[in-house]
Design a protein around this ligand. Structure first.
Ligand code: SF4
Ligand code: SF4
Length: 149
């Protein structure tokens, strides 16, 4: 298990490094911030973060939010990537409170429309390549976590 988890964390860290200057510049003044409920936090994200010391914020219920999100998608109420007005329970004064290299998979892989527009083309290409790698790492990690029969 250590190898797929190490690869997954390494790709997450590389994405965070790549996005760092963009988020510092654009997120504080974003007109449509993405860390809003209902969030895309899955059980694997929570399990990994808690195993690495994160405490669940009081009142957080990401499982119910995922159900709500699914229902809203089915009714075509929310476009992909946009949440509502209420900040995510995991959002702290200095950003996401998940471990830096174990943020929720779907949050980590999200390239927002402002990134698409503002990131220099070379950086955007690298980001998309890293997202594909993250998808692959996550698949392998979930395979490794699946109980053997
Ligand atoms: S939508 Fe983009 S710019 Fe806005 S808060 Fe999210 S990552 Fe930052
Ligand atoms: S879990 Fe973190 S990255 Fe994801 S929406 Fe919440 S604060 Fe943002």
């Amino acid at each position: 298990l250590s190898h797929p988890l190490a690869a997954y964390r390494q790709t997450q860290a590389r994405l965070r490094d790549l996005f760092a200057s963009f988020t510092a510049e654009h997120c504080p003044t974003c007109p449509h911030p993405c860390c809003r409920k209902p969030v895309r936090v899955g059980p694997v994200d929570v399990m990994l973060a808690e195993a690495h010391g994160m405490e669940m914020p009081e009142g957080a219920d990401p499982a119910s939010e995922r159900v709500e999100l699914g229902t809203r998608y089915l009714s075509e109420e929310v476009p992909e990537g946009c949440g509502g007005d209420v900040p995510c329970d995991f959002l702290g004064p200095r950003g996401c409170t998940f471990p830096r290299d174990l943020m929720p998979y779907e949050c980590t892989r999200y390239i927002c429309p402002i990134m698409e527009r503002e990131l220099p083309p070379g950086q955007l290409r690298i980001a998309k390549r890293l997202v594909r790698r993250l998808d692959d790492d996550y698949r392998k990690l979930k395979d490794a976590l699946r109980p053997r029969r």
